[in-house]
Design a protein around this ligand. Sequence first.
Ligand code: GRF
Length: 216
Amino acid sequence: MSASTRVAVLASGTGSNLTALLDVAQTPAFPAQIVLVVSNRSQCGALDIARARGVQAVSLPVKEYGGDATARDRAILDTLRTARIELIVCAGYDRVLSDDVLAAYPDAILNIHPSLLPAFGGGMDAVEQALAAGVKVTGCTVHLLKAGAVDAGPIVLQAAVPVEADDDADTLRARIHEQEWRVLPEAVALWATGRLQVNGSKVRILAQPRQREGVR
Ligand code: GRF
């Protein structure tokens, strides 16, 4: 942990969570700064947002690595290390990170997923799945990424969103997004202030910061 934790956002899509993070990070008291955005896409909203806000934006499509995702992820890791990134935030990143990246950032990769995990994990259609299942409550989850598991890993924060009778995927997704924009920056702040204690599959939120190892 440093005075202001250096954060990279990995994103593939629109980037509304990136915008929320950038907005909150402008608050003087926020304990983290978004210094890098990496995408697996050659173009996407998140890259445009990063460039417009003066944040380093790096596009690393797998086709530039002959389709070798492991080689591309080594390039991601090089980029993260060069930027002295301490915390990675996957905000709509639609690829599974290689074990190399996960091993380099133990308990230092946050992911946001649009359901109350462990319900409706493992796919890109969690909102549609929740509607199809007829649940009355869904929501979003911020969790730490662990090797060998997609949309799984110790849960940091969750927010519940009631499903309305006339919801479709767009209306429900919009209300889930509003909660994501709140809990993701909160989770980043908790991480950056050393208030997350990981015990196996559980995360305890500490009242006081704990000692964290130095910058990678
Ligand atoms: C979010 O709903 C997130 O939970 C999921 O992808 C979406 C990204 O949205 N993993 P945005 O690009 O941040 O708007």
